[in-house]
Write a protein that binds this ligand. Structure first.
Ligand SMILES: *Cc1c(COP(=O)(O)O)cnc(C)c1O
Length: 233
């Protein structure tokens, strides 16, 4: 029995427990909150153990690492979520292995993702990433709320992309409860236009409770399952 397997099993159980308690205190069904385990910086051998432990969804944020790991684990019944900043010139390549692209934040990615998906003759699921940063902050990831409707419409009309919902990251240095409250309001308006795009990917190891109480249907958990990431982040 591998020590790493036992460590991952224990950590996964603790995370499932946190999700269940957060859902219950928000009056939600714990079964309505899915776990995406973020495996960035960890080896394909860990992905394999997670799959053995029943994990169905894994997330990666760097194209080269994700592409290699998805290839190494092609025999496993996993859904691959791309959750990182996307360079336009990599978008088509990401769409060839990712099942879900959660970080679509600008129009220039959409045609390229659609082309990559078309090349593999399947539909790629898309979440539009919304910025919760205060206006004017540099290096923001995510579309500003004012531009969300146009971007979502563009995804929605792409033949090989399926608009499933929204993704967001709580800004550093702000109470995530406040940030996710803004997100819930943005989502309510978005759902008026796209009532079937009900997915909301929000919440990480440090703030999953706040995300679940704001309606997250998917939490993206790295370090609470795998431990602290080796090397620089
Ligand atoms: C790394 C990462 C996560 C997971 O973060 P942890 O704090 O390790 O749980 C979630 N979402 C995104 C977008 C990430 O890049």
């Amino acid at each position: 029995m591998s020590a790493r397997l036992e460590e991952l099993r224990t950590n996964l159980a603790a995370v499932h427990d946190r999700i269940a308690r957060a859902a219950e205190s928000a009056g939600r069904d714990p079964a309505d909150v899915d776990l995406v385990v973020v495996t960035k910086f960890f080896p394909a051998s860990d992905v394999r153990l997670l799959s053995d432990l029943g994990v169905s969804d894994v997330g990666e944020n760097r194209h080269q690492e994700a592409e290699a790991k998805a290839a190494e684990c092609a025999d496993l019944p996993l859904r691959w979520h791309f959750i990182g900043g996307l360079q336009s010139n990599k978008a088509a390549a990401v769409a060839r292995y990712a099942d879900v692209v959660e970080s679509v934040d600008r129009a220039s990615l959409v045609g390229r993702l659609d082309r990559g998906a078309a090349e593999t003759a399947r539909e790629v699921e898309v979440l539009v990433q919304v910025s919760l940063d205060p206006p004017g902050r540099d290096n923001r990831a995510g579309v500003v709320p004012e531009d969300l409707a146009a971007l979502a419409a563009q995804v929605d009309t792409s033949p090989h992309l399926a608009l499933r919902g929204l993704m967001a990251v709580a800004p550093l240095g702000e109470d995530p409860v406040e940030a996710f409250r803004r997100l819930a309001a943005i989502r309510a308006e978005f759902l008026e236009q796209h009532p079937s795009a009900t997915r909301l990917s929000a919440g990480m190891s440090g703030d999953l409770e706040a995300a679940v109480s704001a309606g997250a249907t998917h939490v993206r958990i790295g370090s609470a399952v795998l431990g602290s990431r080796p090397g620089v982040q």
